[in-house]
Design a protein around this ligand. Structure first.
Ligand SMILES: Cc1ncc(C[n+]2csc(CCOP(=O)(O)OP(=O)(O)O)c2C)c(N)n1
Length: 344
């Protein structure tokens, strides 16, 4: 599907709003996400962990761009393909890998989905398996920030398929009414499992859905990390100032199957090849090299450093144990919930 309605133009360095170091950090998060994701695919294929893995290779810019620059207290409401948001929000790599490996060091101690990288200490909500569940919880958190008069924001991520859920519409309607501090990022990767976007909705640009809820919706190129960052940063600033939500639809593509057990044979090889030419990591590298900020030796050194970081985190996780079956109900029910106390 060709891109349309480019409401934001490709920026020059001046317009990016980041220092050279800032751009380098943005790129480092993008590269780290790519290297970690490809490593996790490889480890699955080597049988080093069970279950499956949901790769986000090809669409990393959609999560890294908006997350970069968020404050520690800001909240991320992810779905299942947001490894880039967790990396960029500062979730330690052994925690992310621990989740995929379902080991004792994962925040949920192996209870949930391998790619539900929730981590309270860094403000990342654990997604619900029902699609768009985290959009609803994230919207509630945004209401919490408003009630507490805090100038923090929530960034909620989901795929275009999730926008067909009733709860998703209720959440955006509510956020529009109350002008909540939340930015909704729709990663339109053209496929929801095996369902094409053309069979998901009667509209072509999912950003058009925002019109129904009274806030802006923009459709942009999701494979341009600088554009993703700049567009989201403007929406985040708007939300912080109490001006309400924005829906950003990013056109992108996942290179691999829905998960590692899906051969994705419902797609045409040509479609994939065309999108691979728009590789977000290579595009960022070209942008930075053209500006003289990145060089090939600098890139190589960075790859080596990140690979070592991943090696160390994998080693930690492979030494970790699984929880015992009798611990399955631990942390599931709260012993002390305000509603059960008299003071509530
Ligand atoms: C309510 C509900 N229906 C179906 C599923 C199974 N399921 C998990 S991911 C997925 C596809 C979601 O597509 P999209 O929201 O576009 O995200 P993407 O996987 O493309 O990143 C489906 C159908 C689910 N988890 N919840």
């Amino acid at each position: 599907m060709a891109e349309k309605k480019q409401t934001a133009k490709k920026p020059s360095l001046k317009q990016v709003g980041l220092s050279e170091q800032g751009l380098m950090d943005l790129y480092t998060n993008l590269l780290k996400t790519r290297l970690l994701d490809e490593r996790l695919r490889k480890l699955f294929r080597q049988g080093r962990y069970a279950g499956t893995y949901f790769s986000a290779v090809g669409q990393e810019a959609t999560t890294v761009g908006p997350t970069y620059g968020l404050r520690d207290e800001d909240i991320i409401a992810p779905s299942h393909r947001e490894i880039g948001a967790s990396v960029t929000k500062g979730v330690p790599l052994d925690v992310i890998i621990g989740q995929v490996y379902a080991r004792r060091n994962s925040p949920d101690k192996g209870k949930s989905h391998p790619c539900h990288y929730g981590y309270r200490a860094r403000g990342v909500i654990t997604p619900a398996s029902t699609l768009a569940g985290q959009t609803i919880v994230g919207t509630g958190c945004a209401m919490g920030f408003k009630i507490l008069k805090k100038d923090n924001v929530v960034v909620a991520f989901f795929g275009e398929g999730s926008t067909s859920r009733g709860g998703w519409h209720e959440a955006l309607n509510y956020a529009g009414i109350h002008k909540l501090p939340i930015v909704y990022i729709c990663q339109n990767n053209l496929w929801a499992e095996s369902v094409p976007a053309t069979l998901q909705a009667g509209i072509r640009d999912f950003a058009d859905r925002a019109k129904a809820y009274g806030f802006p919706g923009v459709t942009i190129d999701g494979n341009d990390v600088v554009l993703m960052h700049r567009t989201a940063a403007e929406a985040i600033e708007r939300a912080r100032k109490g001006k309400g939500p924005t829906l950003i639809e990013c056109k992108t593509y996942r290179w691999y199957g829905h998960s590692e057990i899906d051969p994705a044979d419902y797609r045409q090889a040509e479609e994939l090849e065309n999108w691979k030419k728009k590789d977000p990591v290579l595009r960022a590298e070209k942008f930075m090299m053209d500006l003289g900020i990145l060089t090939t030796p600098k890139r190589e050194a960075l790859v080596e450093q990140i690979d070592q970081e991943i090696d160390a985190a994998v080693q930690v996780c492979e030494k970790e144990k699984y929880v015992e079956p009798e611990e399955a109900y631990n942390d599931v029910y709260s012993e002390d919930f305000p509603v059960w106390r008299d003071e509530y």
